[in-house]
Write a protein that binds this ligand. Structure first.
Ligand code: NDP
Length: 400
């Protein structure tokens, strides 16, 4: 019997939804590169239900308890008195989502001697100290591709929202105004702009594909270059360095994982190399940007706008400067947890658990760490080390 400890975000303030805005979600069978969507033996939920919050339980309870395992689900994840901390000591598996991350620091891994699997229901396993996972033989797996397109759609939305000045214009309507000049004084067309992505993996290349019809100049930088035929098809210019990319772009979108190479990449110096009045959209991870340098750049006008859904730590404390800096379009971490995405990553979490509990191999593309080293998707896109430093600050959050 295994003990599975699952950290999920709290239910809606009005309670778990009895009904939904739509009756179904489209069924996707394959992703753009041909990879199949998750293939668990079965699922015990209806796609389109809220699965990522505590009462949704990722649809796992019937399956796990039916097989004799123990499932504990909590949103109480930060601080020494949290349920997460109390239950961790004899857990075999920890499941967490990046939206409401159960930070698995080296200290916590040390205090969980039975821990064998850290499963990310979603994409991005930087909330786990990967170095400690490597050293303790903990397997880290995530549901690769499950919400990449969800994020790519969000990136396009945020670029348009910033450049066209959508959010302040909407606010004038809510305030009862008709202030056209106020709305127009910061509003531009995306057409003709130079747009660049830092990383052209699943999300970054999907953003390029979606932006091509907007008749913009497309740019990217990445550790590995895209095949020449893809560069040609998209008409995208490769930059060997992020400095080169930001120096020519009006809009920059960050789509790389957080690991030691990318932590604090957008610091004061790099922001200063961007064009004055550039827009920065970060749906990758908050820690890739220097928090205070971004806030200063929004105040000085070096950035015309900043948007994204990722913060550090999560949840962000009430006094986090990105809540109040000018010209931002921030949301809580939501882009990868649409109801459509939840159906895929809940099914993927089930697939990974079925494999692990049966002693069958987990799909290679789902692996980040395995056998004491970076593996699968992790070996391609991460570097060894830890990016969880400072996560204890999440304890400062109190729900508003
Ligand atoms: P992929 O693994 O498909 O793509 C990541 C890309 O980043 C790879 O092409 C990788 O390069 C590249 N990369 C890694 N390090 C660097 C670096 N130092 N400089 C430039 N490029 C680099 O992942 P996805 O596109 O699906 O997701 C990317 C990230 O987005 C996730 O790791 C996660 O942090 C975030 N995300 C956010 C979500 C949200 O809800 N906001 C949801 C899902 C993901 P290569 O492999 O060529 O070495």
């Amino acid at each position: 019997m295994a003990k599975i400890l699952c950290v999920l975000y709290p239910d809606p303030v009005d309670g778990y939804p009895p009904t939904y805005a739509r009756d179904d979600v489209p069924q996707i069978e394959r992703y753009f590169d041909g990879q199949t969507t998750p293939t668990p033996e079965r699922i015990d939920f209806r796609p389109g239900e809220l699965l990522g919050s505590v009462s949704g339980e990722l649809g796992l309870r019937t399956f796990l308890e039916g097989a004799g395992h123990e499932l504990i689900v909590t949103s109480d994840k930060d601080g020494p008195d949290s349920v997460f901390e109390r239950e961790l000591g004899d857990a075999d598996v920890v499941i967490s989502q990046p939206f409401w991350p159960g930070y698995l620091t080296a200290e916590r891994i040390e205090r969980a001697p039975k821990l064998k699997l850290a499963l990310t229901a979603g994409i991005g396993s930087d909330h786990v100290d990967l170095q400690a996972a490597i050293e303790h033989g903990v397997t880290v797996a995530e549901v690769t591709y499950s919400n990449s397109i969800s994020v790519a759609e969000h990136v396009v939305m945020m670029i348009l929202a910033l450049v066209r000045n959508y959010i302040p214009s909407h606010q004038w309507v809510l305030d009862g105004g008709w202030n056209i000049a106020d709305c127009a004084a910061r509003s531009y067309d995306v057409e003709g702009m130079q747009v660049g992505t830092v990383a052209a993996g699943r999300i970054g290349s999907a953003v390029l594909r979606r932006l091509k019809p907007f008749e913009v100049g497309l740019h990217y930088t990445d550790r590995h270059r895209l095949p020449p035929e893809v560069e040609q098809e998209l008409g995208v210019t490769f930059h060997p360095s992020v400095e080169s990319l930001v120096s020519v772009c009006d809009v920059v979108t960050i789509n790389a994982p957080l690991h030691p190479e990318t932590e604090n990449l957008f610091d004061e110096a790099l922001l200063a190399k961007m064009k004055r009045g550039a827009y920065l959209v970060n749906t990758a991870r908050g820690k890739i940007c220097d928090r205070d340098a971004v806030a200063r750049a929004c105040e000085s006008g070096q950035l015309a706008g900043y948007a994204g859904d990722v913060w550090f730590p999560q949840p962000a404390p009430a006094d986090h400067p990105w809540r109040t800096m000018p010209h931002h379009g921030m949301t809580p971490h939501v882009s990868g947890t649409s109801l459509s995405a939840q159906a895929r990553y809940a099914a993927g979490a089930r697939e990974i658990l079925e494999c692990w509990l049966d002693g069958r191999p987990i799909r290679d593309e789902y692996l980040i760490v395995d056998g004491g080293q970076l593996a699968g998707a992790g070996a391609h896109s991460y570097s060894p080390g830890d990016a969880t430093g400072g996560s204890e600050e999440a304890e400062r959050f109190t729900a508003g």
